[in-house]
Design a protein around this ligand. Structure first.
Ligand code: AMP
Length: 437
């Protein structure tokens, strides 16, 4: 059997690969208006970065990371040796930790500087059980704003993401924006204790996984997919009732800014998200159509302690990531089609093989002038060259025949109107320019 792509991965074939490029460049346009500049960090990082940044007890780090190992190091391990920390590498499961590492490493936010606003796009890797909208390799576009803790940063990023989704064609009415505050290191520990105590009271009703989490990270139980656990956790103490004054003020300011921008949201005190680094604002955008249970198309929040976790100076931050593949499914559900990849300004057809070398030269000239041109490379008949021109959506076909070429002329056909005209071989470029204006 022919080798297949690995489980949980997808090929983006030309139509979709072009759409992904378009999607990224729209994000660059929209996010660029808000001051975000591109950054590209490695796909592999030291495992330690994710352990310290995302949190050892999270599913992402404890179960879902792919380890990257060289053949030589694998041999060393199999022979019972151990690896130095810098040789322990993982494929990135998300983008924030790498960007924050780069910000710290290159000192992109020196003391007193304006915030660094960075955006990235590319593949992430998680060894999850594949299903619709859940892959092992998927593409995210994300932004990170480091160096400011003002609620305006949180609000403008959320507003920007909602504007982007609408601009791409995801219907406003099919999206639900959930928001919450996770508090900070001043108010969260006491709240965490309360949740732990509540869970211990309900120990015999909660699943085993939740109870093992209760000790280390009880808030993870809010994410349990088990219906009984969800019902019990719905009555657990709410973080929003336990925020310190600073966190409450911050949260209320974010909500007020969203209100002012006309953004509709639902406050969800059980929204905790899967990564440990969040403080204060967290949010998630879900869609109601086309995605089933994996319905989150984007989300993020504030992470004011992450820079310190990875060894930098205190640098508040806010960011989000959106999942391209889930957005594509939501767009399909909304009836948005990928535009056809095949585009051709001119197809140069040959009546017989004697015209090929002039066809080859003409095609090069037109390409050099920036037109998308194609010719046949398989000695097809004229009829099947026209079929190919149709398949490529060619707007014009130049027909090169020995008789016309002897007079220095070619026939130029408009594929939409079927009109034909004889033009000089040296006039094709100018005609093409006129016609495609
Ligand atoms: P997260 O990094 O978990 O906050 O995820 C941000 C976004 O990435 C989610 O809202 C999804 O749209 C997308 N995403 C996360 N995990 C996957 C996955 N396994 N497959 C496809 N998309 C994903």
């Amino acid at each position: 059997m022919a080798i297949q792509s690995p489980e949980g991965t997808r090929d983006l074939l030309p139509d979709e690969a072009l759409f992904w490029s378009h999607f990224k460049s729209c994000a660059e346009d929209v996010f660029g208006c808000y001051g975000y500049l591109p950054i590209d960090t490695p796909i592999i990082e030291q495992t330690e970065l994710f352990v310290r940044g995302i949190g050892e007890a999270t599913d992402v780090v404890s179960k879902e990371m792919f380890t990257a190992i060289s053949g030589e190091n694998l041999k060393k391990l199999l022979e019972g040796g151990s690896l130095k920390a810098k040789s322990r590498l993982s494929l990135r499961p998300e983008g924030t930790a790498g960007v924050v590492r780069a910000v710290v490493q290159h000192d992109l936010v020196p003391q007193g500087a304006a915030p660094a606003k960075l955006m990235y796009a590319g593949p992430m890797f998680r060894a999850e059980r594949p299903q619709k909208g859940r892959q092992r390799q998927f593409n995210q576009i994300g932004v990170e704003c480091l160096g400011a803790e003002e609620p305006t940063v949180d609000a403008e990023a959320i507003i920007m993401l909602m504007r982007f989704f609408v601009k791409m064609g995801i219907p406003q009415e099919s999206m639900v924006l959930l928001v919450n505050s996770m508090g900070c290191e001043a108010c969260r520990p006491a709240y965490r204790d309360q949740v732990r105590a509540y869970m211990n009271e309900h120990a015999d009703e909660l699943c085993e996984t939740c109870m093992t989490r209760a000790e280390l990270n009880p808030l993870r139980a809010f994410d349990c997919k088990n219906e009984r656990c969800a019902a019990i956790m719905a009555d657990a103490p709410k973080i929003t009732d336990h925020l310190c004054d600073d966190c409450r003020e911050h949260y209320e300011a974010v909500l007020k800014l969203l209100d002012g921008a006309g953004i509709t949201y639902v406050q969800d005190p059980t929204l905790v998200r899967g990564l440990d680094y969040y403080t204060r604002t967290v949010f998630e955008v879900q869609v109601t159509d086309g995605l089933g249970s994996q319905n989150a198309i984007g989300g993020g929040g504030r992470y004011d302690k992450l820079a310190e976790e990875v060894g930098g100076r205190p640098t508040p931050g806010f960011g989000f990531a959106l999942g391209y593949e889930r957005c594509a499914l939501a767009l399909q559900a909304a009836g948005v089609e990928f535009p056809q990849a095949q585009q051709c300004d001119l197809f140069v057809a040959c009546v017989d093989d004697s015209c090929r070398s002039q066809a080859f030269t003409l095609v090069q000239e037109c390409r050099d002038a920036g037109y998308r041109c194609e010719m046949d490379h398989q000695h097809r008949s004229l009829k099947s060259q026209f079929k190919l021109a149709d398949k490529l959506n060619a707007r014009r076909v130049a027909i090169l025949g020995p008789d016309e070429l002897a007079e220095g002329r070619v026939k130029l056909r408009d594929m939409a109107t079927h009109e034909e005209a004889l033009v000089g071989l040296d006039e094709v470029l100018a005609e093409l320019g006129q016609a495609l204006l």
